[in-house]
Design a binder for this molecule. Structure first.
Ligand SMILES: Cc1cc2nc3c(=O)[nH]c(=O)nc-3n(C[C@H](O)[C@H](O)[C@H](O)COP(=O)(O)OP(=O)(O)OC[C@H]3O[C@@H](n4cnc5c(N)ncnc54)[C@H](O)[C@@H]3O)c2cc1C
Length: 252
């Protein structure tokens, strides 16, 4: 994968100096069976939604060309930065995605952000079809007083941190100030977080967890992790001087 990781100043040129053979917008070309051959598709986002879309497009229409762009230099979205490092079997899907990327009619352009490097209208002028598959990258606020105090993190932040996501590698959660962590939520992400906090670091060392996260977990004093729901969180919030490390697992 990553066979076309471009420098920031060249990638934009690559996208726009290619022959502009298609003038119709995505909306216009996607109607009334007027799609051109070969169809040129842009998929924004290289997570599972982006890659499955690319795969279907490449298989479904002869000659179609697919460009996948992502704001990160590396592909695979939350498969890389969400799924826990000690669950490698879940990450095996990247092999399938890598085969899609290896298709000569598919290109990956990393470090390209829709909204700052490129606008949607620019993409629609350049491609026949534009597919937005950029995932969900923000957190839901509960509106509870103290929610933004130090030591309280969203699961997105914490999970991105231990997975080496470039936006969160400086999070530096304080794991040495308490022996207890509260994880609000009881779903698979909550269990991932609890397990990573408590798992033996010798075992974690053989995974692809970020090195700095492994170092921090090695010196962690957290020995207890409480999994709770929102009502319990509201009660525990009263004790926040006692419990100093929280992870809230709700995303939008
Ligand atoms: C902690 C955690 C654990 C999980 N564990 C599992 C599991 O075990 N099994 C399972 O099946 N699912 C799991 N999931 C869910 C799964 O990861 C998601 O459902 C899936 O990744 C969503 O795919 P997506 O392509 O919609 O979004 P994402 O995977 O988030 O991909 C979106 C991509 O878009 C890019 N992007 C965002 N904004 C822009 C922009 N403006 N311009 C260009 N690119 C942009 C992002 O960089 C990212 O690469 C987990 C999720 C989390 C958070």
């Amino acid at each position: 994968m990553g066979r076309r990781l471009l420098l920031p100043h060249t990638r934009r040129l690559m996208l726009f100096l290619r022959p502009m053979r298609y003038s119709a917008s995505a909306t216009a070309t996607a109607t009334a069976g007027s799609l051109r051959d070969p169809l040129h598709v842009c998929v924004v986002g290289s997570g599972p939604a982006g890659f499955y879309t690319a795969e279907k497009m490449l298989k479904g229409r002869e000659g179609v060309r697919v460009d996948i762009i992502d704001r990160l230099p590396t592909p695979f979205g939350l498969v890389r930065s969400g799924v826990a490092p000690d669950h490698p079997e879940t990450k095996i899907v990247v092999n399938q995605f890598s085969r899609v990327a290896a298709n000569p009619r598919c290109s990956f352009f990393g470090n390209v952000t829709l909204g700052s490097d490129l606008s949607l209208s620019e993409l629609r002028k350049t491609y026949d079809v534009v597919v937005l598959a950029y995932g969900a990258e923000s957190d839901r606020s509960f509106g509870i007083p103290g929610e933004d105090l130090r030591g309280i993190h969203s699961a997105r932040e914490f999970v991105w941190w231990y997975n080496g996501h470039p936006d969160m590698c400086n999070l530096a959660p304080d794991l040495t100030n308490t022996d207890s962590a509260v994880v609000l939520g009881q779903g698979n992400v909550a269990l991932d977080v609890a397990r990573i906090l408590l798992r033996c670091t010798t075992e974690l060392a053989s995974t692809d967890i970020a090195d700095y996260a492994l170092d921090a977990l090695r010196s962690s004093t957290i020995r207890f992790t409480w999994l709770g729901d929102e009502a319990q969180y509201r009660q525990l919030a009263q004790q926040r001087n006692y419990v100093k490390f929280w992870v809230i697992t709700k995303c939008v």
